[in-house]
Design a protein around this ligand. Structure first.
Ligand code: SF4
Length: 333
């Protein structure tokens, strides 16, 4: 029998259960329905902290999933649970704690800044809202500490307007603001897609340090398999709202089984400039016109498609005991 303390120890930090989100279907969309999430389930352990990637092209549903975890998107079915508690059913107090424990960083930090206020305003706002430090001195010390965590000097960034800062400083300020709350989870939605290569590596290093030194887990939303491979422990590959392959990043990207994951990996440019891009996804053909309602959404582009793939969305199948799973009829026994 499971004891209460075992139950607490085994309770995931974040769990998404059978999440479904469909957009459209109404008069204004011409009746067209887009399946943004198709029975998506994933789980992040509470400890040790891990970085979990949700990777896919645009339209794969990865940002809808991030929005559902952050409470911006309401699911049509399924649940988001944080430390075992259904987020949709949280009391006011529980929701307040959830908002503090789960922070977000976004692709475009500029959009989060108010151009009329100094950067200090951004910190003071959350400081007041969440009662993080008592008194001006303690508040200042907390801000300076958070800035140092992301490699910024307070003299360089405080008292400045957003346009006086570089894109990298703005992004690091957003991470510092998230850290100031001592969160358990950060949802990082394409945090390095608008920065140059050297800053990208700085931000990825900060994420790794926050995981290892501050025990902060990340849900890393990305279209970039290379950075996912660099920093993530686990990965979920999404295609048109379906979770097609999941597991430890080495297993999924090192030994990809799903035809879509294989094509994605093959399309990563070779570092050798004398060689071109690898295999691209198959071009459009007459099958792309087929409206796949119940079957595998990758059918129109899949080089290994079979007739049964149109009829049913393949269930996720475990390939081994590492957690490597694939949703493809090729592996259904
Ligand atoms: Fe291809 Fe069928 Fe597998 Fe989908 S289920 S990826 S169509 S083989």
């Amino acid at each position: 029998m499971t004891t209460a303390s075992e139950k607490t120890a085994n309770t995931p930090l974040l769990e998404v259960r059978d999440a479904v989100k469909v957009y459209g279907g109404g008069f204004l969309s011409g009746g067209r329905r887009v399946h943004a999430l198709r029975e998506v389930s994933l789980s992040l352990d509470a400890t040790p902290a891990r970085i979990t990637a949700v990777a896919g092209e645009s339209g794969s549903g990865k940002s809808t999933l991030a929005g559902a975890v952050l409470g911006f998107v309401q699911l049509d079915a399924g649940h988001v649970l944080f430390e075992g508690q259904d987020v949709a059913a949280m009391s006011r107090n529980q929701r307040f704690n959830y908002r503090r424990s789960v922070q977000a960083i976004f692709q475009d930090p500029y959009a989060v800044f108010n151009p009329f206020f100094h950067t200090d305003h951004l910190f003071n706002l959350v400081m007041r809202r969440f009662g993080i430090a008592k008194g001006r001195k303690a508040a200042r010390a907390r801000i300076v500490e958070a800035l140092e965590t992301v490699g910024l000097r307070s003299d360089d960034v405080l008292g400045k307007h957003p346009h006086q800062l570089s894109g990298g400083q703005r992004q690091r300020i957003m991470i510092a603001r998230a850290c100031m709350m001592a969160p358990k989870l950060i949802v990082a939605d394409e945090p390095v897609s608008m920065v140059d290569a050297s800053l990208r590596s700085t931000i990825l290093d900060i994420m790794l340090r926050l995981r290892d030194d501050n025990n902060i887990s990340f849900l890393y939303i990305t279209h970039d398999l290379s950075t996912a491979y660099q920093i993530c422990d686990d990965i979920h590959i999404f295609y048109q709202g379906a979770q097609v392959e999941s597991g430890p990043v080495d297993a999924v990207l090192g030994n990809a089984k799903h035809p879509y994951t294989q094509l994605l990996i093959a399309s990563i440019p070779e570092p050798d400039p004398t060689r071109g891009w690898g295999t691209q996804l198959p071009p459009d053909d007459e099958n792309n016109d087929r409206d796949i309602i119940n079957g595998c959404p990758f059918y129109p582009r899949c080089p290994k498609r079979m007739e049964q793939c149109v009829a049913h969305l393949p269930a996720r199948v475990s390939l081994d005991d590492t957690g490597h799973q694939v949703a493809c009829h090729l592996f259904v026994k």
